[in-house]
Ligand binder design. Structure first.
Ligand SMILES: Nc1ncnc2c1ncn2[C@@H]1O[C@H](COP(=O)(O)OP(=O)(O)O)[C@@H](O)[C@H]1O
Ligand SMILES: [Mg+2]
Length: 304
């Protein structure tokens, strides 16, 4: 099993619908059960966009400030706005200046206009949350798990720092971005979990994304193949089924055999092309078992 216990940030990436939010929630609960103070966060670029992670934890709305949802577990919304605000508060000599700047519609428009500035806001917020300490000196959040919005996003975040460092060569912005870049590229602190489905095209896209992530020096902690179909057949049963020449697609087994085979090939291909075997999560029929299954995959059995 992969060891995520030493990391401070886990970025959960992949296409929509593959199971990122499910993995984020399961991992968050597993780490919280293991005694870590966990913050699970989802990225939001638009006000009022849906917050599926909050839904999983039964909270009507996530907010920019972390909300405690369970013991050792909080959730938050990562927005460019929160990042820009905290950034300005850190960069400007007085907090009132930052608050005034963020009240200016012109400044807000400017900060949101360039996509890289919006992403920088999110990145800065990640950094800001990871730096927070309690009065006793320990981290406010031992582990931050980020449910990323779309495939390219891990790359988007990765491209921000070097782009900005080229233009801003010193000063507080430079220092903050450099700190963010160090954290994001340090395999001891950050790991990406790439989630995919056991089908040909999603696996091709996952391999491409894994290479893109690698090219930007963001560490890949692991690949998760989610919704792997259960293979109930022994080899004799399989042969018997094939000998029956099932060509009626409505017949049980006619569609599941090829799907099972594609899943096996997908897993083998990921291992071949990325050099280590992916973690597999089974397709579950009962969604109530989803989370327990994910938590268990990360090595923790829930006690409740
Ligand atoms: N292993 C699984 N077995 C069955 N259903 C799953 C599994 N993983 C995820 N799902 C379901 O698939 C849907 C999409 O999952 P979700 O985690 O929201 O994906 P994403 O966040 O990548 O869009 C949800 O309805 C979820 O309950
Ligand atoms: Mg999601």
């Amino acid at each position: 099993m992969m060891d995520l216990s030493s990391l401070r940030a886990v970025l959960v990436a992949g296409k929509g619908g593959v199971g990122k939010t499910t993995v984020t929630a399961g991992l968050a609960r597993a780490a919280a059960a293991a005694g870590k103070r966990v913050l699970a966060a989802e990225v939001s670029y638009e006000i009022d966009s849906p917050t599926p992670l909050a839904d999983v934890f039964g909270v009507p709305h996530a907010s920019e400030d972390p909300i405690r949802v369970e013991q050792n577990l909080s959730i938050a919304l990562l927005t460019p706005h929160a990042g820009h605000l905290h950034f300005l508060r850190d960069a400007l000599p007085m907090r009132v200046l930052a608050d005034a700047a963020m009240k200016s519609a012109a400044i807000r428009r400017f900060l949101l206009a360039a996509p890289s500035l919006a992403e920088m806001g999110v990145l800065y917020r990640i950094l800001d949350l990871l730096r927070k300490r309690r009065y006793d000196g320990t981290f406010e959040h031992d582990l931050l798990i980020v449910d990323l919005p779309a495939t390219g996003h891990a790359l988007g975040l990765a491209q921000v720092p070097s782009a900005i460092l080229k233009v801003v060569t010193r000063g507080p912005i430079h220092d903050a971005v450099l700190e963010g870049l160090r954290l994001l590229t340090d395999p001891k602190q950050t790991g990406t979990l790439l989630v995919t489905l056991p089908e040909t095209l999603p696996v091709s896209e996952a391999i491409e994304l894994a290479r893109g992530i690698g090219a930007h020096k963001i560490p890949l902690a692991g690949v998760i193949v989610n919704r792997v179909p259960n293979d109930p057949f022994t080899s004799e049963e399989r042969e018997a089924l094939l000998a029956m020449h099932i060509d009626n697609a409505s017949m049980l087994g006619a569609r599941s055999l090829p799907r099972i085979d594609r899943a096996k090939e997908s897993i083998a291909r990921l291992k071949r092309e990325l050099g280590h075997p992916p973690i597999t999560l089974p397709e579950v029929l009962d969604e109530a078992h989803l989370e327990a299954m994910v938590s268990e995959a990360f090595g923790i059995r829930r006690s409740r």
